[in-house]
Design a protein around this ligand. Structure first.
Ligand code: ATP
Ligand code: MG
Length: 401
């Protein structure tokens, strides 16, 4: 028997009170975006659930796509049945028959959100269960651990039958948490940080610091490819801001004692990112930092670097081990791109022994001898903004997950 729709359950959205409509609207938009390759489907959203009406489109392919949309807790292929007992019995029989394999067990799980239906839950249980037992030889009841669990949901407008409950990706719908700037290097960590932020409903714009001729076109290409992968997650374009950073870095090298260049470099990167954030009206900055991973990621370093802004800095990886980060990078298919050789602007002038415990007073003192503001302004003025489309949504979207 062919399912005619997929019932989507929202999960965490349902705890969002008055914001609920906005969340449902965002989720609907995500679903419609990802299901663009299926023009005949229709999406019906209400406050507590959503239906994808298949209209003959391939349900199996659609199920695969739905598994990766943030904001969906679970979903079930379902059949809509008229609200009458005969129709309920017939459709239940057809559905269970189509799934039944010899020797299997079943149970009926009725749910009535509309109490005016002529059968109560016990009545549904007996009527439907009895009818199935009569008509499918060998079928047995097992209420604890059935092979087939037929859910019968009686609602105002109709009855819905389903047997499978498929786990969704969780998280919050795309863009429902607002917008943040992702500091995207060519490394392993920052794309993973971007992915996790997107899972919590953040829309992102990427910022990349580029220092030609010390960093090559190839490193830029790498960041473009990583952004493409991230764009595939929501199935929509992401802005990538490329910041020309060479002049700032040269000035740092000339003005700052060697063991503090890394600290100042990070502070300048953060200041520039914050200016771009302000222009783009985002409310936070995301980085791929993980506590203690390298010299710039000790608590003392973060304290000193973070001084330059009070914008929230989100660090989704802060407590994660490298092995766990690599695992996610592999799952989201960014690992291979990140592993391509490249030069990062932060590694080219790396001092032999960067301070692992830089102090605010010291760095303020060193920076006070030179006015970095004009260079920062110039870098912001000369940002090149690319709009990166996702990898071909039709063929490559799947490989993302
Ligand atoms: P990643 O794997 O993300 O490069 P990492 O472990 O190499 O991280 P760092 O090089 O110390 O760590 O960078 C820390 C964070 O600073 C990165 O995760 C990223 O968010 C940001 N960052 C570093 N280099 C750049 C760059 N060239 N452009 C933009 N952001 C950067
Ligand atoms: Mg790096």
């Amino acid at each position: 028997m062919n399912y005619d729709r997929i019932l989507i359950r929202y999960g965490e959205i349902s705890t969002k009170g008055r914001n609920r409509n906005k969340f449902v609207e965002k989720l609907k938009r995500s679903v419609m975006t990802v299901l663009r390759p299926f023009p005949k489907i229709r999406v019906e959203a209400s406050r507590d659930r959503m239906y994808v009406i298949l209209n003959g489109e391939n349900g199996i392919e659609i199920i695969e796509k739905l598994k990766h949309i943030f904001g969906i807790q679970s979903f079930s292929p379902a059949i809509k049945v008229e609200r009458n007992v005969e129709a309920l019995k017939q459709s239940s029989l057809e559905l269970v028959k189509s799934l039944y394999k010899e020797g299997q067990t079943f149970k009926v799980t009725p749910k009535r959100s509309d109490k005016t239906f002529e059968l109560n839950t016990d009545g549904i249980n007996h009527t439907v269960g009895g009818y199935l037992l009569q008509n499918i030889p060998g079928l047995r009841v097992d209420v604890r651990n059935p092979d087939i669990n037929l859910r019968v949901e009686v609602r105002n407008e109709a009855i819905y039958l389903s047997c499978e409950n498929i786990l969704g990706a969780g998280g919050l719908p795309g863009g429902s948490s607002g917008k943040a700037m992702l500091m995207l290097s060519g490394g392993i960590d920052s794309p993973v940080a971007g992915y996790l932020a997107m899972k919590r409903g953040l829309a992102i714009e990427a910022v990349h610091f580029f220092s030609p001729p010390f960093t090559s076109e190839r490193s830029k290409e790498k960041v473009v490819d990583l952004t493409k992968k991230l764009a595939g997650i929501y199935g929509s374009a992401i802005k990538l801001h490329i910041v020309p950073f060479t002049d700032v870095q040269q000035a740092i090298r000339e003005q700052i004692p060697e063991n503090y260049t890394m600290t100042t470099t990070r502070r300048m990167m953060l200041r520039i990112t914050d200016e771009i954030r302000n222009k783009q009206e985002a409310l936070a900055i995301i980085t791929g930092e993980s506590l203690g991973q390298v010299a710039s990621q000790t608590l003392e370093s973060m304290f000193t670097i973070n001084e330059v802004t009070n914008t929230p800095i989100l660090r989704p990886l802060i407590t994660m081990d490298k092995t766990d980060i690599i695992k996610i990078a592999h799952e989201i298919d960014t690992l291979e791109i990140s592993n391509r050789p490249f030069e990062d602007c932060c590694t080219i002038f790396v001092p032999a022994s960067p301070k692992t415990k830089p102090r605010r007073e010291k760095v303020q003192h060193y920076e006070s001898f030179f006015n970095f503001n004009p260079l920062i302004e110039e870098a912001v003025q000369e940002v090149e903004t690319l709009v990166i489309q996702p990898y071909d949504q039709h063929s490559e979207f799947d490989s993302l997950f």
